[in-house]
Design a protein around this ligand. Structure first.
Ligand code: ZN
Length: 493
């Protein structure tokens, strides 16, 4: 039987903090009608002038043609333009009407279309409804701004909430004074938000009862720690959604994403029902990861070549934050780093971290990536008296890019590392893992790198190694007879 004991989906933080864009005259007025009884949506898009078709331009993979019904105009059809869902009209028109059922599936490296709560509440991601009109053939220009005005409608007594505005039955966005203009999740349903100093929380009423108090206990400490570490305080009180789709499936399912001012977490699986050391650690690490994305993915956003860095830093800062909050010990942090190194050994093959992105082997961003952040932290600590180490690197990097593009690249990371770490051997090892890869002996590479960073490890067969379940399952399922050796963390107590 294929093991699905641990299924973790950590989604990328994308989107960015934007001010309201300049209009060049192209506008889209979008009315979104939720039909709770049929769990479906009717979307009416009206452009400021008639067009020959439309393109949905913020999407990773086309998905709409099979599931979304074109109600209007007649004889319109789905087409593909540069790997984007698009609609071609039979004759010019300014109005399009679409219908679709709630789509609750997680989407790899992309936002959900909808998120389901157990009480029937729904989230809708506006980015999947953002479109641009096209005029004639060959006039599609993704740089052209299309200003969207949104009008959300549902049953007259049902609440709608979006960032810091709310309405009953209907809601318009943006408002004349709206501060935010990025894509976001819109909430439809009756749940009243809880508020703490750092965040507003809309939590599924059927969540296992230990999860929310645990989050509210630890999250403020992580917010404070990340602000101190990176020298960057968030300018907003984020809105967090935590939804639950039941404990019928085995193990742990966790899907998270962040947007400007928003953190979205969807969980399921029987593993979450009881608080155990395993479920507790997984809950806090994964939510810590998403919280860090409010810095590394939202205050500033990663360049195309730095998605790995966004994930790697979120993985590592979650551990550092939990250690600083005395939730985990330094030894447990080391264990997590060795487990990540072993998962990287099992999966990376001939690739580097950057090549992993090209090959869609995104898991390596989290595991191999986590090790780069640990090595950087140790290299900086060994080079100076900086108390914050890795935090100083991010403060430096954020300061650098804030004045330029608000996007940080792999080169920005390596330049900041080069300035803060005089450990040229560690810097070279990190660059090798990121750019060239560590074949043919990843086990020897990580053993040497971790030893130099002060973590005592030895090379052993898989059965004796410090591995998590995901690595065990993956390594045993791989048919490779020349399985590498793995690492065991040696306890010095
Ligand atoms: Zn992430």
């Amino acid at each position: 039987m294929m093991s699905k004991r641990i299924l973790i989906l950590l989604l990328l933080a994308c989107g960015c903090m934007t001010s309201r864009p300049q209009t060049n005259g192209l506008r889209a007025s979008v009315e979104v009608n939720e039909h709770p009884r049929t769990d479906s949506w009717r979307v009416t898009i009206k452009y400021s002038r008639p067009a020959d078709g439309l393109v949905f331009d913020v999407t990773r993979e086309p998905f709409r043609a099979a599931a979304w019904h074109i109600v209007k105009p007649a004889n319109a059809r789905w087409i593909d333009i540069d790997h984007h869902d698009a609609i071609s009209f039979a004759e010019p028109t300014d109005t399009v009407v679409l219908e679709f059922k709630s789509d609750l599936r997680p989407r790899e490296k992309d936002y959900h279309v909808n998120v389901g709560f157990s009480d029937g509440s729904r989230l809708l991601y506006t980015g999947h409804l953002r479109s641009r009109p096209i005029f004639g053939i060959g006039t599609y220009d993704p740089r052209e701004n299309v200003v969207h005005d949104w009008h959300f409608v549902t049953d007259t007594t049902r609440r709608i909430r979006l960032l810091d505005i709310a309405g009953t039955g209907l809601l318009r966005w943006p408002t004349p004074t709206a501060h935010w203009y990025g894509d976001t999740f819109v909430y439809f349903g009756p749940i009243r938000p809880m508020s703490t100093r750092n965040l507003q929380l809309i939590a599924d009423p059927a969540l296992p009862p230990w999860l929310v108090p645990r989050l509210l206990d630890i999250a403020p400490r992580l917010f404070d720690d990340f602000a101190r570490q990176t020298g960057t305080t968030l300018e907003f009180q984020p809105l967090a959604f935590v939804s639950w789709s039941g404990g019928n499936s085995p193990g742990f399912s966790f899907a998270g994403s962040t947007l400007t001012g928003v953190m979205q977490i969807a969980i399921a699986g029987s593993g979450w029902l009881q608080r155990t050391p395993e479920s507790d650690a997984m809950w806090l690490r994964n939510t810590g990861h998403e919280i860090f994305h409010l810095w590394g993915g939202q205050v500033l956003t990663p360049a195309d070549d730095a998605e790995w860095l966004s994930e790697a830093s979120a993985e590592y800062f979650a551990l550092v934050g939990l250690r600083d909050a005395n939730v985990i010990s330094e030894a447990m942090l080391h264990k997590a780093v060795v487990e990540a190194a072993n998962e990287c050994i099992a999966r990376i093959g001939d690739a580097s971290i950057l090549q992993s992105g090209e090959e869609k082997k995104f898991r390596n961003f989290y595991t191999c990536g986590l090790v780069t952040q640990f090595l950087a932290d140790r290299a900086i600590a060994g080079s100076s008296s900086h108390r914050r180490s890795i935090g100083t690197l991010y403060e430096t990097m954020f300061d650098d890019v804030r004045t330029r593009t608000r996007r940080y690249s792999t080169a920005d990371f390596e330049n900041a590392l080069g300035r803060l770490s005089t450990d040229t051997e560690a810097n070279r090892e990190i660059a090798q893992l990121v750019e060239q890869g560590v074949a043919p002996a990843p086990d020897a590479f990580f053993e040497a790198a971790l030893q130099r960073a002060g973590v005592e490890v030895s090379r052993v067969p898989l059965d004796e190694a410090t591995v998590n379940e995901a690595t065990l399952v993956f390594a045993r399922a791989s048919q490779d007879p020349a399985l590498p050796m793995f690492l065991r963390l040696e306890s010095r107590q």
